[in-house]
Design a binder for this molecule. Structure first.
Ligand code: SF4
Ligand code: SF4
Length: 140
């Protein structure tokens, strides 16, 4: 059964010019979507990518990336809202670029995991520090 999986990738500079990421859609029966990337010419590159395909196929693709010298970092499905801290103020919904965060008609914060691209914009926007993105891939 097809599934979606988010992974973080770190490219050592000696791997920057190799088309390993494009290769995975040619070599494996899957599709991918680049959610976030920061690649400086001649330096380390970073990327968050969503892969969609059968579980075993996505696993083989991830191993292919690792074998190609790319560091693969597991990613959560989405940002996480601590409901005990959240006061449903809506501040985070204004900065979320994908509409993953919204307020229900009753005024309760909703998070659509599928829409989240792990951009991290919501975390600093929350006055209650109620949001975490729980991954170790910094784009600063
Ligand atoms: S991490 Fe980005 S996409 Fe995900 S909920 Fe926060 S602002 Fe929206
Ligand atoms: S900004 Fe923080 S407190 Fe306000 S709705 Fe979002 S998560 Fe809740």
């Amino acid at each position: 059964m097809a599934m979606k999986r988010k992974v973080g990738l770190v490219f050592p500079k000696e791997r920057m010019n190799q088309p390993v990421v494009c290769d995975i859609s040619r070599r494996f029966d899957l599709s991918y979507n680049i959610l976030r990337a920061k690649i400086d010419v001649g330096m380390v590159g970073k990327m968050i990518m969503e892969i969609e395909g059968d579980r075993d196929v996505t696993e083989r693709a991830v191993n292919y990336l690792r074998d190609g010298g790319i560091i693969v970092i597991p990613m959560p499905e989405s940002a996480v809202v601590n409901r005990e801290k959240c006061v449903d103020c809506g501040a985070c919904t204004g900065v979320c670029p994908t509409g993953a965060l919204s307020l229900s008609p009753a005024g309760e914060l909703l998070l659509d995991n599928e829409q989240c691209v792990l951009c991290d914009a919501c975390r600093p926007a929350c006055p209650m520090r109620a949001i975490t993105t729980q991954h170790d891939l910094s784009f600063d």
